[in-house]
Design a protein around this ligand. Structure first.
Ligand code: UDP
Length: 151
């Protein structure tokens, strides 16, 4: 089982889409093992998006992500990184397929509702930026045996 980091960004929170994002994660069969609503400090935002430091959109990205509450999550499941990226859709919502979160709810690359880690290494790094080990919980979903053939 893999873990990935997911965040409903400030536009997702302010547009009332927290439930929509959580619903899609749960209905797919992924398990939410940590979750909190919080504000992202400038410092944390800059660490989280460090790979984009030199990009022209970096400053607007930092002000977007610090502009209001977010909902941060750790999501667990088989190939969770890939599965979550597929649920989220392409970075530019114009290109994102219908059926994905960005494809169904967004129009602008700078307002794309949700973040999901793009690799296992990013997932580990991002999870440790946002959560302590004690905040990540372990439990069984009642339907696990019907989601995975070998559960
Ligand atoms: N972003 C932007 N303009 C761009 C590219 C990216 O505002 O031209 C923002 C957008 O919010 C995106 C985030 O920067 O989600 C991180 O970019 P990345 O390429 O890592 O996309 P993601 O992994 O979020 O799909």
């Amino acid at each position: 089982m893999e873990r990935t980091f997911v965040m409903v960004k400030p536009d997702g929170v302010k547009r009332g889409l927290i439930g929509e994002v959580i619903k899609r994660i749960e209905q797919k069969g992924l398990k939410i093992v940590a979750m909190k609503m919080m504000e992202v400090s400038k410092e944390l935002a800059e660490k989280h998006y460090a790979e984009h430091k030199e990009k022209p959109f970096f400053q607007s990205l930092i002000s977007y992500i610090t502009s209001g509450p977010v909902v941060a999550m750790v999501v667990e499941g088989k190939e969770a990184v890939k599965v979550m990226r597929n649920l989220v859709g392409k970075t530019n919502p114009i290109e994102a397929s219908p059926g994905t979160i960005r494809g169904d709810f967004a129009m602008d690359i700078g307002r794309n509702i949700v973040h999901a880690s793009d690799s296992l290494e990013s997932a580990e790094r991002e999870i440790s930026l946002f959560f302590n080990e004690e905040e990540i919980l372990s439990y069984e979903r009642a339907d696990e045996k019907w989601i995975y053939e070998e559960a």
